[in-house]
Structures are given as structure tokens and as C-alpha cells.
Design a protein around this ligand. Structure first.
Ligand code: NAD
Length: 423
């Protein structure tokens, strides 16, 4: 039990700005003490570096990089590295906080981190990006490593960038350390499921939710918003599993066919034409209409703030599987809960990505590489256990899944802090 029972006023400075309203009520319901609130409100480490890189035109430019480790009470920090011209340290810190929650929700022994470089990768060549990545890693090398902080791909970074990170880190430390970074190619210790573990993890959770709702797979109609890495893989796997995918979309618009789309053909069409538009056995549909289309499961897999108080009442799906980050606003979450629509929140639904990274890290540490089937089995077990824990708390408290997931994560983080003697 904490020695400090004084309650303090919850104001915005104590909250992650991406989920202010949810946290406000959760912190109040959990009756957090001042010390607990302080621990949750401050990142443990914020590293900002400035470093010179000579570009291919001969000019030297200074770049800014950040790495924020929000909370590492449960294990080494884990989180993506992004390249973005508008990267701000406060936003990076919020994302690091959410990573701390996500790892705790699925009960993997990681803390949360995020980082990146302020740069527009579209304006640079691959070799310039390589120089920037390596220079950034040289600056933050003391803070990362298999037992400190493990980066992964994020916005505009990919497995090639992860290889540059690994290679630079190993040059500096003079030893092999594949567990320093996840999202690597298979040949350097990556896992086959990496590109689709986010989507597959979400599908495992969806199937568990359907069992609870006594929904039978046959006849279940699914609409997927977004056809990038996450949306396309979700549509593909669900189609392979026998679900009827009635609508898909990308940034330019979508396709609908109530009798079901042939997803492999849609993927072929998209790969040839570079867009979904023009697929011949479907009608066109806008992204707004896709969200309120007549379906049983809605999978937002594109952007944040897609379901809000203007369209929540028109959502027809019984289950919303949030594979995108923050696709539902807080107001919409309440409206959907009141209408008994199950929203499986991002922090659980898309945690298959980081759970897959965890499995990559374990194999790298042990130098013991598993059969693909064993990776999938373990991913499934992590996701289903997490779902069941969240579902049980929802039932107990009659609360939306997001609130239950956040509460579980916060309790786990605070328990770790307490066991360490910090509370
Ligand atoms: P991506 O860039 O590969 O794909 C994004 C897709 O969204 C593209 O098809 C794009 O055309 C589409 N899109 C953009 N604007 C749209 C709009 N207005 N309406 C409909 N579609 C639109 O990105 P991704 O990796 O698939 O990530 C999608 C979401 O999932 C993001 O919110 C991301 O943060 C989240 N997420 C991804 C992972 C992962 O492993 N990639 C893990 C966790 C969460």
C-alpha cells in the first residue's frame, strides 16, 4: 500500500494527450494516489539528439532525433522509430505511454517507448536515409539494446531501416545482438508472421469476441476500412478463413458487394492498378458510407477519428475491431456502448504487432528459432488470454472494453512499480 494517500487534482498535464478523457475517468475510478498519478504522468527518459549528416549534394545538415522511454517497470522499453517531418517530442511521449499500456494489456514483459527523426523521407535518397539512421543510432546507442529498449518499424521506416539500426549498433558494441531491434528480415532473425501479426492478432481476438456473442462465422459480413499493411492482411486472412468481406477501401474510396468480394482478385487488381477503384464485380462506396454499411463486423484499419458522434449512431456492425490506432472518438465509444456494439479497442485489437515482436525478441535472445506454427500458436495464446482478461473485467463492471483494458494495464504497471519499491 502506498504511503502517499493524498489525492491530487487530475489536470491535462498529467494525461496522455491522445486519450485525455478516457484517462480522466479511469484515474478517478481507480482512485490513484498522487504518487501513482505522478509515476504515470512522466516519461522516465526523454532523449533528444542533434546530429550532422553530409547529404549527397555535399551540404551538411543538422537533424533532430528523439527517443522517449515512458515506463519500463515491467521490462525493457519497446516501440517504433518513425521518420516524419512533423515529429514532436510531446507526441512521441504520448505514443510511448500508449505503448506502455499496450504491452501491459497483452501482458508481455516490455515497457513502452517511441522515437524517430524529424525528416521527410520522401525528400531524401535511400543512401541519405541510411546515413541519417546510422548517425541517429550512434547518438542514442547508450540507451537502446536487448535489455534496455528495443526499436521496431513505424511510420516510414521498414525492415531495411531496422537492418541499418542493428548493423550500426553491433559495430558500436563489437558483438552480435539481434534482439536489439525487431521487424528484421527472416534471414537476420526476423519472423515470418511479422508483416501480418497485427492483423492476425486482431482476428484471434475477433473470433473470441464472436464466441462470446454467439455469432457463427458463416454468414458474418465484414467491412474493412484501409487497404495497407494491416487492412489488406486482415481482409486476406479473413477471406481465407471463410468470412464474407463485403467492403474494403483505401484513401481514394472503396468497393462494396453484399455477396462478398473475391479478396485475392481485389489484391491483384490493386497491385496492377495501384488503386481499388475500377474493380469490376463491385460497386463504388465512399469511406464515410463504408463505415455505416450493412455489415456485422467493422474493421477500421486506416486513420484515427473515423467513428465519431456524427456517425456512431448509424454504425450497423455488432463488433468494431480497431486495428487502426484511435479510430473511435471517446464520444462515439460511449454511443456505441449504449447501443450494445462491442468495440474491441486498439490497445488490445492491434497488439498482435508488438506481441509478434516479443516472439522475435525471445528467439533472438535464445538463438533458438521456432517453427512458424509455434509462433502462431503462441501469438494466439497471448491474444486470447488478453481478450479474456479484458472481457472478464467488462462483465464485472459493465464497462466498455477500452476502459477495462486501460484499467488492467495501469494496474499491472503500478503493481510492477510497487514491487520495485517505487510506491
Ligand atoms: P499503411 O500506410 O500500410 O496503410 C494505410 C491504409 O489506409 C492505406 O490503404 C491508405 O490508402 C488507407 N487510407 C488512408 N487514408 C484513408 C482514408 N481517409 N480512408 C480510408 N483509407 C485510408 O498503414 P498500416 O501499417 O496498415 O496501418 C494502418 C493503421 O493501423 C494505422 O492506424 C496504424 O497506426 C495502425 N497500426 C499498424 C500496425 C502495423 O503493424 N502496421 C500496428 C499497430 C497499429
Amino acid at each position: 500500500m502506498s504511503k502517499n494517500h493524498e489525492r491530487i487534482h487530475i489536470d491535462e498535464k498529467n494525461l496522455c494527450h491522445l486519450c485525455v478523457s478516457e484517462l480522466e475517468s479511469i484515474y478517478a475510478e481507480l482512485k490513484l494516489t498522487a504518487s501513482e498519478l505522478e509515476i504515470l504522468s512522466m516519461p522516465r527518459r526523454v532523449v533528444t539528439v542533434h546530429f550532422p549528416v553530409r547529404l549527397s549534394n555535399g551540404a551538411t545538415k543538422m537533424f533532430i532525433g528523439h527517443r522517449v522511454q515512458f515506463n519500463d517497470a515491467r521490462g525493457p522499453s519497446k516501440g517504433g522509430i518513425r521518420f516524419h517531418p512533423d515529429l514532436k517530442v510531446d507526441h512521441v511521449s504520448d505514443l510511448a505511454f500508449l505503448m506502455s499500456l499496450k504491452c501491459a494489456v497483452v501482458d508481455i514483459p516490455f515497457g513502452g517507448a517511441k522515437g524517430g527523426v524529424v525528416v521527410n523521407p520522401k525528400e531524401l535518397s535511400r543512401s541519405e536515409l541510411e546515413l541519417i539512421t546510422r548517425a541517429y543510432i550512434r547518438e542514442i546507442a547508450d540507451y537502446i539494446g536487448p535489455f534496455k529498449d528495443i526499436p521496431a518499424p513505424d511510420v516510414y521506416t521498414d525492415e531495411k531501416v531496422m537492418v541499418w539500426i542493428l548493423d550500426e549498433y553491433e559495430h558500436l558494441t563489437r558483438e552480435h545482438a539481434p534482439a536489439t531491434v525487431t521487424g528484421k528480415p527472416l534471414e537476420l532473425g526476423g519472423i515470418r508472421a511479422r508483416t501480418y501479426s497485427t492483423s492476425l492478432g486482431g482476428i484471434y481476438v475477433l473470433e473470441e469476441a464472436m464466441k462470446k456473442e454467439a455469432m457463427d462465422k458463416s454468414g458474418v459480413r465484414v467491412a474493412v476500412q484501409g487497404f495497407g499493411n494491416v487492412g489488406e492482411n486482415a481482409a486476406r486472412i479473413l477471406h481465407e478463413m471463410g468470412y464474407k468481406i463485403i467492403a474494403v477501401s483505401d484513401s481514394r474510396g472503396g468497393l462494396i458487394n453484399q455477396t462478398g468480394l473475391n479478396i485475392p482478385d481485389v489484391i491483384k487488381h490493386k497491385n496492377t492498378e495501384g488503386r481499388l477503384e475500377g474493380f469490376d464485380t463491385a460497386e463504388s462506396i465512399s469511406n464515410e458510407d463504408l463505415l455505416v454499411s450493412d455489415c456485422d463486423v467493422l474493421v477500421p484499419a486506416a486513420l484515427s477519428d473515423q467513428i465519431d458522434d456524427r456517425n456512431a449512431d448509424n454504425i450497423k456492425a455488432k463488433i468494431v475491431l480497431e486495428l487502426a490506432n484511435a479510430p473511435t472518438t471517446t464520444e462515439a465509444d460511449i454511443l456505441l456502448f449504449d447501443r450494445s456494439v462491442t468495440v474491441i479497442p486498439d490497445v488490445l485489437a492491434n497488439a498482435g504487432g508488438v506481441a509478434g515482436s516479443y516472439l522475435e525478441w525471445i528467439q533472438n535472445l535464445n538463438n533458438d528459432y521456432w517453427e512458424h506454427g509455434r509462433v502462431l500458436e503462441k501469438l494466439k495464446s497471448i491474444m486470447i488470454s488478453a481478450y479474456n482478461a479484458v472481457y472478464a473485467l467488462c462483465q464485472e463492471e459493465n464497462s466498455p472494453m477500452r476502459k477495462a483494458a486501460y484499467k488492467i494495464a495501469i494496474r499491472r504497471i503500478l503493481t510492477a512499480e510497487r514491487l520495485r519499491g517505487n510506491l
